[in-house]
Design a protein around this ligand. Sequence first.
Ligand code: AMP
Ligand code: MG
Length: 320
Amino acid sequence: MNTLRRPFYVIAFHSGLIFALIASMGYGCVKKQPYHTESRLLMGTVVEITCQDKQAIQVAFREMEDVERLLSIFDDNSEISQLNKRRKLNASWKTLQILKKCKSFYETSSGAFDITAGPLVDIWKDAIEEGRAPSERSITRAKKLVDSNNIVIDEVFSTAKLSKRRMKLDLGAVAKGYAVDVAIRKLKEIGITSCLINAGGDIYCLGKKNNRPWQIGIQHPRNDSIVKNFVLTNRAVATSGDYEQFFVLQNKRYSHIINPYTGYPADSGVVSVTVIADDCITADALATSIFVLGKEKGEELARAFANVQTIIFTEDDLDV
Ligand code: AMP
Ligand code: MG
């Protein structure tokens, strides 16, 4: 294995202290077509695409930009923002599909994964800015708006509806994973067989690189050491962690992932969870869910999915 370091093939996960090291493997004597890597700021993170075909890289970025335009809550014109505003929307096929998927993750995770957590996410964000914890009252009020059963999808009329006023969808937990999947699907359609997309730690390894699997390294959540290396072909990886996106209030560290049952930031003892799956949306949704559920219940959830592996760090692992 040949693990190269930043700025070549070290790609930080969105949350900092876990890194994916994309090793360049397969130096042989046969002349190979070179790989190109292009990075862009997209979906609030650095997206990096590595492929031999420069045009294909542009195609993949366009697909991902389209997904961002549909799902971003930071763009008032996105379909999700419009749905949050108007509560009923004629939505595109892609938006309906991701909403359907999210409802199914909500069910399988017994509500740990819930894209209607938007109002809770917002009050905790305000709390960070103001340096105080939200009031119990505001948490109780926001919790009443959190329930993915209140998203009603009608595929015949292509509509999505939010049943309660002031509900707010936030697809931050899966938008990147979904965008990666959409881009990979398009690349396959145009005949690309080897590519790596890394959207801030949401990664898909298409095919092989120079006839050898792509190699990913997982860095320890609290230091620079590599704790696990694995090789991947036609598989996805995603990580949720407590490192970069967290805040400290009265000396306590809070995660950006909310436990919808309590209305408080997730506090399951998990420090980081990396999920390997056949597609990136599954890896992304499961990583967020397991972060809420904790190691034991999280591993149980992962077992409900075919072909899923997890690498979980808990606070106890950090003590040793
Ligand atoms: P990730 O980093 O992929 O785990 O996603 C975290 C983001 O998902 C947060 O920044 C919120 O936007 C959103 N989120 C927070 N808590 C949840 C939850 N329990 N279920 C679904 N999305 C959530
Ligand atoms: Mg996620």
